[in-house]
Design a protein around this ligand. Sequence first.
Ligand code: SF4
Length: 589
Amino acid sequence: MAEQESTNNLIHLGVGGGSKVERIKKESAYLRGHIAEELAQESSHFTEEDVNLLKFHGTYQQEDRDQRRARRAGGEEKAYQFMVRSRIPGGVLTAEQYLAEDEIAGRYANGTLRITTRQGFQLHGVLKGNLRATIREINEALLSTLAACGDVNRNVMACPAPLASRAHARVHEIAHTIAMHLAPRSRAYHEIWLDGEQVQTVQQEEGEVEPIYGPSYLPRKFKIGVAFPGDNCIDVYTQDIGLVAHIEGESGAEDERLAGFTVLVGGGMGMTHGKAETYPHLALPLCYTPIEEIVEVVETIVTIQRDYGDRQNRKHARMKYVVAERGIPWFKSELESRLGRTVQEPRPLQWNGVDDHLGWHEQGDGRWFLGLHVQNGRIKDEGATRLRTGLREVIAEFRPGIHLTPQQNILLTDIQPAQRTQLEARLAEYGIATDPDSLGIRRFALACPALPTCGLALAEAERVSPTVVRQIEDELRALGLENEPVTVRMTGCPNGCARPYMGDIGIVGRTKDFYHIYIGGDQPNTRLNMLYAQLVHVNDVAATIRPLLEIWRDERGASETFGDFCHRVGLEYLRARVADASQPVDVHA
Ligand code: SF4
């Protein structure tokens, strides 16, 4: 989720050599602000300055926008509530930690858990009076919300497959090491949420420093992901820093080892409608780094963004603009100068696709894992599908490992072969499907939360996405294309939290009920898609895409995907063909 309204309102209000948010960060005494004092007050919400600082602690102040009009008419204040996000490197947690999150969701939030597209958990609907207990109990489960949001390094993503190979294990270790290395060092988080000690003054804390970030932290949020070779399941090109592992030795053999990483820099999805200086950008290859040096190289890249990122204009503050405007040769030279040595050329990358890891898979150690689909990452009970209850019961009974995936799904790991049948039967009792082939294109769909909780949402996403996806699926079925793996990603605004500028079809909210439609991404997510249609009513999205599907069916090359076909023939051709087909036929001709 991108930043909320309050921050948005502060953009461009430059104060003292930076935006107002920059001043708030700098004067916060390392993320303290007045959060503790406000927390102790009876009010339902925080004031604007602390709302900005709360993000660093892993929570966004939101409101239930469904209630906005009625409350305003009744002269009541907004229905304030909080989203609380856990930072879970690589999406790996224990059964006990899952059960703790589930219990907290029931006790303090709206009774649902939401898996994020960065492999974390979000709880929605937490009231201010329950905020400290929520964050404290998450920490008691040995998880954390620190730096899950804010202008710092966010959750580090990693391929979630629990394969028993040494190289896979090392990828997860590296993701964890980087996450810990880049976590804020300020004691503010512990003071406010955990220790309950009186917050110390700035003067008392003079010795405290953030050795990597400094007192103003980063200009903007920062994202890192670690990919396993061949499988771009973490969308490596959308990260500020994307690391692609290089493995030496034979797969699964004694000599298999993780040797190093090709480092990519400058990815990012967010843009603003009507502002040409903002755009999605794919990360570009920078260098190859041996494993021993990777933490140092990552930290140094972070410091380049710290020093060169735009602190005047938050819409232009992501590292992608530094990379796009200064170029890779400049970036590499800056990196080398800071490291005091040269770096190696990036290695060639090859992608086989995106593995969503759904269904049953052998782990390589005699045990199995089961990938379960979670629609838009929302773990809830609805109708005959009692996903939340079923997962809770099964996880409590079988105690599997838990891995959250970048496609917002969940993997139950370390299952003994003899347990498979029983586990499937237990899931079936709650209406939970285990065969990914039964999902159709729902399997590949992503949507952000949008309304009613996200303050930036211009239109619905999660709540309408199942209908839109079903309508597209109906069109595919009518055209005999129902077995094609078409990806659909939908967001309620252009900030792009569900990465809609990648994949076959991106649907991006423009205003209430109206969307821009993007087409032409590729399956391994190495290419941005293209803006095809603007301001399409939500009821017309599938009908707008249908003629394109028909042309694809009739004219594609062997095994050519929808995105590849659209990219090859181009927008001009597609628009002309659709316009031709819509001409009325002259029956007298
Ligand atoms: Fe992110 Fe969706 Fe909110 Fe936009 S509407 S900021 S894409 S969660």
